[in-house]
Design a protein around this ligand. Structure first.
Ligand SMILES: Nc1ncnc2c1ncn2[C@@H]1O[C@H](COP(=O)(O)OP(=O)(O)OP(=O)(O)O)[C@@H](O)[C@H]1O
Length: 367
């Protein structure tokens, strides 16, 4: 078992508070991904776990044991860095065995572990090479191998794939996922990449300004972001946000945003009826808008079209709102023709116009 708990953990650099006191439980065997804008404190949190930085306040517990003052080497936590951090003068095998060497593990055991990990990672033919004679992807495999041979209680990954090209990133991402499925070692992973976060994590922690904004499984965060910040941050392209006003038309509850009017489904109806005239922020993911032959809503103007072959991304102006529309297949829209759109009203998100907090749906109160 390897559960990690951060209790009121804070970190300051001089007067700058990089992590505000925060609590976080990283469940045993989970694949936890930390995401958030640049500078929000993800790497700092990881480095505190690794013991590469000291805490300003609070406690870190590994399996209920306080490890605040343990040296990095004694924490049973292995870290993989974006920059690989391999020793240039040591061969692949020596790099992988380095920690075992320090710990005076018998030579035969070292070799067996290196062989085994190298096989798992498909680098067993590279063991005698120096890092300079490896590609970026191979170097990162060596760095992962070096962590793997330690058989640690926790793996930490700090943006391990961001120096690699798209193809390699996809390959190694799948390998990291399958390693986790095989060994179930508790993993904490920092990334900027949306797809990496959504596909690797069973637990996502969204951070902002040194605080945790939301934590949960990827799809529940995607489906129910707690505020407009998370709504825009999780999902790519980001959620469209339109400022509007609750307005009931013909006895039906809805939100009007400039010349547009969006009828609301049952789950919002009562609240919308009660709030008529109040401002609200309406959210729609790009794939919840689709082009249609005709609509009662005013037409949108296409600004830019990006077609990848599998999908189309439309940059549009709809009643003064710059929005994204995305769908599978190839768009035939042109910038000259009016573009009619339909919103999937079941997929509408509503947020408080002032605070940006998600409004509770009626179903949130059930049970
Ligand atoms: N040694 C340091 N001294 C002073 N400030 C630091 C130090 N290390 C980090 N910081 C600051 O702490 C903040 C958080 O940095 P951190 O690297 O944890 O962010 P991050 O979320 O990982 O960002 P990125 O995604 O850009 O890597 C940043 O504002 C950074 O400038």
């Amino acid at each position: 078992m390897a559960q990690v708990e951060l209790v009121k953990v804070a970190k300051n650099y001089g007067k700058v508070q990089v992590l505000k006191p925060l609590n976080l439980t990283i469940p045993d065997g989970s694949f936890t991904v930390l995401v958030g804008p640049s500078g929000c404190g993800k790497s700092t949190l990881l480095r505190l776990l690794a013991g590469l930085e000291s805490l300003s306040d609070g406690d870190i517990l590994l399996d209920k044991q306080q490890i605040n003052n343990f040296d990095p080497a004694d924490r049973d936590i292995a870290m993989v860095f974006q920059s690989y951090a391999l020793y240039p003068h040591l061969t692949v095998a020596e790099n992988m065995a380095f920690h075992m060497q320090v710990k005076k593990v018998p030579k035969a055991e070292q070799q067996a572990k290196v062989q085994q990990a190298a096989k798992v990672l498909g680098i067993d033919h590279l063991l005698k090479r120096l890092p300079k004679d490896l590609s970026g992807g191979q170097r990162q495999r060596v760095a992962m191998g070096r962590a793997l041979v330690r058989n640690p209680k926790v793996f930490l990954f700090d943006e391990p794939l961001s120096n690699l090209d798209a193809q390699l990133r996809m390959e190694l991402r799948a390998e990291i996922k399958s390693l986790h499925q095989q060994f179930r070692t508790t993993t904490v992973y920092v990334t900027h990449d949306q797809i990496e976060a959504m596909t690797l994590a069973d637990n996502i922690v969204v951070m902002k300004d040194g605080l945790i904004v939301q934590q949960g499984d990827p799809l529940s965060i995607y489906d129910k972001p707690v505020n407009t910040f998370v709504a825009r941050f999780i999902g790519s392209p980001p959620m469209n946000l339109l400022s509007g006003v609750f307005q009931n038309i013909g006895g039906k509850a809805g939100v009007s945003c400039n010349q547009l009017w969006f009828g609301l489904p049952e789950k919002w109806a009562r609240q919308a009826m009660d709030c008529a005239g109040k401002p609200v922020t309406l959210g729609l993911r790009p794939h919840d808008l689709k082009p249609v032959a005709h609509s009662e809503q005013p037409a949108a103007t296409l600004r830019l079209l990006e077609v990848t072959g599998e999908s189309s991304l439309l940059h549009i102006d709809w009643s003064g709102f710059p929005l994204h529309v995305q769908f599978a297949g190839r768009a035939r829209a042109s910038t000259e023709q009016p573009l009619y759109l339909e919103a999937n009203s079941e997929a509408i998100h509503l947020f408080d116009a002032q605070t940006g907090e998600r409004l509770a749906e009626e179903t949130d109160f059930v049970g």
